[in-house]
Write a protein that binds this ligand. Structure first.
Ligand SMILES: Nc1ncnc2c1ncn2[C@@H]1O[C@H](COP(=O)(O)OP(=O)(O)OP(=O)(O)O)[C@@H](O)[C@H]1O
Length: 942
């Protein structure tokens, strides 16, 4: 049967490469303006919408030609660009039927605008029989699966999801006869590749077309599934900052997919460092294998190591897991070997005492308490050791019994033979599990000493940290310091969870790693400066957990995520004050107070410890620097006035460096080796070498005759250190009316003298208070004024009992009380007596000597109540040169017990029970008039 093929000549619209229009499909593409003009002319001259021949271009071996097959098409839309814009015309065509270009047309490689015409052949629609139902069904199944997958993947866009679902529904409803036409339309929307579309365009047979489309749909489906896999491999919760991480994860997911397709290709990442990584990984795995067997850390580390092997090195997760494993394997999980510290040695206590003596001068009470503490620690360790021996014995007996039982049950020979061939475990492995668990117990117990936690409280530089170091040395354990000052984030203590970017373990895990042992001495420095509960968590609550012996056996660091046993750690805390430490934290500690040093103690510390230390650090020997006793005293009293010895050490360092400069100039001038000792013969006055104390540089070295004098006299200090810092303060402390010296303890735990200043200003009889005062101290001031007003007549301030001393007929005044160093917050009742004296001094015109300092709370009845911090305050007064101190009567015992004898003998203490006694002591007995007791009407009944 011959088929007559219809031919026609149609205007040609060549489709830019790689566009292809299929029948029943739509395509929008830009066209040049010259072609657009021709189309418009064609449109205008036609009665109906003209039919065009839309033919794609194909590329073959570098040349572009018109394809043999195309479609007839009608214009669906034509969009003109906006005026004066560079945008092109947009043409939308709807494909109708397949056409084939005749041989003469096909040869037309130049299908350039404006509008050429081609002769096309129209294949008849019934040229082929309709497709078989199973082919149609296969097509429909593939199409619906793909469309449903698209609908699923478009979960974020409801509109898209609905349109995919609608198309799937249309496919489902389409009958057998229209399936081939539908296939053309579907292929255009599922994004089939260019060769597939081209092949489809030239396939006339509906069955073949359907089969081809089914194949294309299945291919698209697997691409969609792979894309989804890649997409899900990427953590969707990643933030913007993690862009790099996101891209690496995508890359890794793609690599993983490629690896699956090409299993042999190992260097898909193109890094070339695979071998190196493998080596590191092996080392890490070896460290994992070295972890104590049967422990949780071993189990976790092994799991993570296996996981690490599966994660490609380019994946960010690889680095995270590796870092985690590095930490896990770096922590000292194994219990310290027996005898690794000196605790159980018979000479431990004697050695510890001599260690403390060797490192610190004075601090007798502190050392005594520390020795008691170490004795307790040792005793507990010995008891635990004894228990360990007992348990070991019991274990041995249990083991023997178990072996005997075993022997009774089995034939000895057979059982031994079986053991030899490995068919049954050796007898000791048959011991009931409870016994084997006990076997691990005593070892742990012996180490879990649960010593009390020491808390050293005192001003800076009083030796808190160095006492901690001495304890570690005495115990033969490593020492680590954890600075807690300013820790606001709980995560700094507990670590960050691993999900957190740049996460890491907390301070305790870090310290254990550095210590390299599970039983170090950990010094928790500045525990009083730990932040309280805030939006970063509660660091002090986390500290509580660390320090609680009941909980720290299994301390949970969020990063490590395996319980860490901190029970073997010896904790020593330091603080400047107890005021800011949470009471539960204080409860867990044994508080040891260090109040500061006397002048004598400082001189001894300087001579025995600080000067030798500074001299060695400078590279000189002790023969090169000789600070005389008066010079040291001057440094202690005139250049440093602190409770501790830190500034003293710095100042001595300054003196030693000055001498080092002199010595260098001396040896340079004489060509001597710097290590040579200064000879007394060659010693000449050091003034012959001029050194500028401002910058410490030698301004003019003298000639070779210049000598070097190692002796530093008190008179040399001004040249070396400049003017005394406290000169001005001393001059300022002359007797003035209205000014009295009180005693305070600063926030750093240091005792100081502090002036209470008062002046009278014209006013209305009010009290004005300044100096960052808290509520309690304000009340004290009001109390003081009330007392003075009540006793104004007795003190001769007013002439009548009923008269207000601030509202005299000839002078209405306000009293202004000020406590300098206004930036510092002040509170507490202990300035009561000083305030009374200041007001009395102001109103009577009598002065209190500046060498008298006082502290004490007053009551409305005029009693003086005891206050705290006596030792610190008295030491503060001693440092400031106040040789007379007025204290509450009830504080006598504090002076007796706490104040060093050296200070006691140099200070005159006046213990007062009443305000009147305070006034007598401050102004001198009889210097203030006293007209009898207060008026009965204003006498308090309290
Ligand atoms: N009694 C002492 N004998 C010898 N040296 C001492 C004594 N007290 C303190 N020192 C020395 O003073 C210096 C400062 O001491 P340390 O660092 O222990 O002070 P601290 O109380 O911990 O201060 P902070 O509260 O500022 O941490 C150290 O060099 C220390 O050796």
């Amino acid at each position: 049967m011959s088929i007559s093929l219809a031919q026609s000549r149609l205007p040609l619209i060549p489709l830019p490469y790689p566009l292809i229009l299929l029948p029943s499909a739509r395509l929008t593409f830009p066209i040049p303006s010259i072609q657009a003009d021709a189309l418009i002319r064609l449109f205008d001259s036609s009665v109906a919408n003209p039919v065009l021949a839309a033919v794609p271009f194909v590329q073959h071996e570098g040349t572009t030609t018109l394809n043999e097959w195309g479609v007839t098409a009608r214009i669906a839309r034509f969009v003109r660009p906006r005026a004066h814009s560079d945008e092109p015309f947009l043409l939308t065509l709807t494909g109708i039927t397949r056409i084939r270009l005749t041989s003469t047309s096909t040869s037309t490689s130049d299908a350039s605008p404006p509008l050429s015409h081609v002769t096309v052949v129209h294949p008849p629609p019934d040229a082929h029989s309709p497709p078989a139902s199973d082919i149609v069904q296969e097509f429909k199944t593939a199409a619906i699966r793909l469309l449903e997958r698209y609908a699923q993947d478009a979960s974020q866009s409801v509109r898209k999801r609905e349109s995919w679902a609608r198309i799937a529904h249309v496919v489902d409803e389409t009958g057998q006869s229209k399936a081939a036409a539908l296939a053309d339309a579907i292929v255009s929307v599922v994004g089939a590749e260019h060769p597939d579309k081209l092949a489809l365009l030239s396939t006339e047979s509906p069955s073949l077309r359907l089969q081809h489309v089914t194949h294309v749909l299945i291919k698209q489906l697997s691409i969609a599934e792979v894309s989804t896999k890649i997409a899900t491999a990427v953590d969707e919760s990643l933030s913007k900052q993690q862009k790099a991480l996101f891209l690496r994860q995508q890359l890794a997911a793609i690599n993983a997919e490629l690896q699956r397709l090409e299993p042999g290709n190992t260097d898909l990442h193109g890094t070339g460092s695979v071998a190196e990584d493998e080596d590191d990984l092996d080392a890490l795995v070896r460290r994992v294998d070295a972890l104590p067997a049967g422990t949780e850390v071993r189990r976790v580390a092994s799991t993570e190591a296996r996981r690490l092997r599966r994660i490609p090195p380019q994946n960010a997760e690889h680095g995270v897991v590796r870092n985690y494993l590095e930490w896990l394997t770096a922590l000292p999980w194994a219990p310290p070997p027996p005898g690794s510290d000196t605790l159980t040695r018979s000479d431990f206590l004697a050695n510890a005492k001599s260690q403390l003596d060797a490192d610190h001068f004075g601090l007798d009470k502190v050392k005594r308490r520390l020795t008691e503490y170490l004795a307790v620690v040792r005793l507990r360790a010995l008891i635990a050791q004894e228990a360990e021996v007992e348990q070991a014995k019991a274990q041995e007996v249990a083991l023997k019994d178990a072996i005997e039982d075993q022997k009774d049950k089995d034939n000895d020979k057979i059982s031994t033979a079986l053991v030899r061939v490995g068919e049954i475990p050796p007898p000791q492995m048959l011991i009931p599990s409870s016994t084997s668990a006990e076997a691990q117990g005593p070892r742990k117990m012996s180490k879990a000493i649960k010593a009390p936690i020491l808390l050293f409280v005192g001003p800076p530089g009083t030796g808190k940290t160095s006492l901690g170091q001495s304890i570690a040395r005495a115990l033969g354990r490593p020492f680590q310091r954890i600075a807690l000052g300013g820790v606001r984030d709980e995560a700094e203590i507990r670590g960050h969870r691993r999900t957190y970017v740049a996460s890491g373990p907390g301070l305790f895990a870090q310290a254990l790693r550095k210590a390299g042992r599970m039983d170090p001495v950990l010094l928790l420095d500045e525990i009083d400066k730990v932040g309280q509960s805030n939006y970063h968590g509660d660091p002090s609550a986390a500290l509580l957990e660390v320090l609680d012996p009941e909980q720290n056996v299994a301390f949970n660091d969020h990063y490590i995520n395996v319980p860490i046993d901190l029970s073997q750690v010896l904790f020593v805390c330091t603080a400047n004050t107890l005021d800011t430490i949470a009471p539960p934290l204080i409860d867990r500690c044994e508080v040891i107070q260090l109040s500061g040093y006397t002048h004598d103690e400082k001189i001894h510390i300087a001579r025995r410890f600080l000067l030798p230390k500074q001299v060695t650090q400078t590279g000189l020997s002790e023969a090169h620097v000789d600070l005389t006793e008066p010079a040291l005293l001057s440094v202690v009293t005139q250049y440093t006035r602190e409770a501790g010895v830190r500034a003293l050490e710095r100042t001595i360092g300054g003196v030693v460096r000055f001498k080092a400069v002199e010595w260098t100039a001396y040896v340079d001038a004489r060509g001597l080796p710097p290590s040579s000792l200064p000879s007394p013969v060659s010693s000449l006055p050091s003034s012959s070498i001029v050194v500028d104390s401002a910058d410490g540089l030698v301004k003019s070295a003298t000639d070779g005759d210049a000598g070097y004098d190692p002796v530093v006299e008190a008179a040399d200090l001004e040249k070396i250190l400049g003017l005394s810092r406290h000169d001005y303060e001393d001059r300022d402390r002359e007797a003035r009316c209205g000014v009295v010296w009180g005693l305070v303890v600063t926030g750093m735990g240091e005792g100081e003298i502090m002036p209470v200043e008062s002046i009278a200003t014209p006013g209305n009889g009010n009290l004005k208070l300044t100096g960052s005062l808290g509520e309690v101290i304000k009340e004290s001031a009001e109390l003081a004024l009330s007392w003075v007003k009540t006793h104004a007549y007795d003190l001769g301030i007013t002439n009548k009992r009923s008269q207000d001393p601030l509202r005299m007929p000839d002078a209405m005044i306000d009293v202004h009380l000020h406590l300098p160093a206004a930036a510092q917050k002040k509170d507490g009742p202990s300035a009561g007596v000083a305030m009374v004296c200041a007001i009395v001094s102001l109103l009577t015109g009598k002065c209190v000597p500046p060498t008298t300092a006082m502290t004490g709370e007053i009551t409305l009845r005029g009693r003086v109540s005891p206050v705290g911090g006596i030792k610190e305050k008295v030491l503060g007064a001693h440092r400031a040169g106040a040789n007379r101190v007025i204290l509450p009567w009830a504080n006598r015992k504090d002076v007796e017990h706490d104040v060093p004898k050296e200070v006691r003998v140099r200070t005159q203490f006046v213990f007062a029970r009443t305000v009147r006694e305070v006034l007598d002591a401050a102004f001198g007995v009889g210097s203030l008039p006293w007209h009898g007791d207060a008026h009965p009407l204003v006498q308090s009944r309290l």
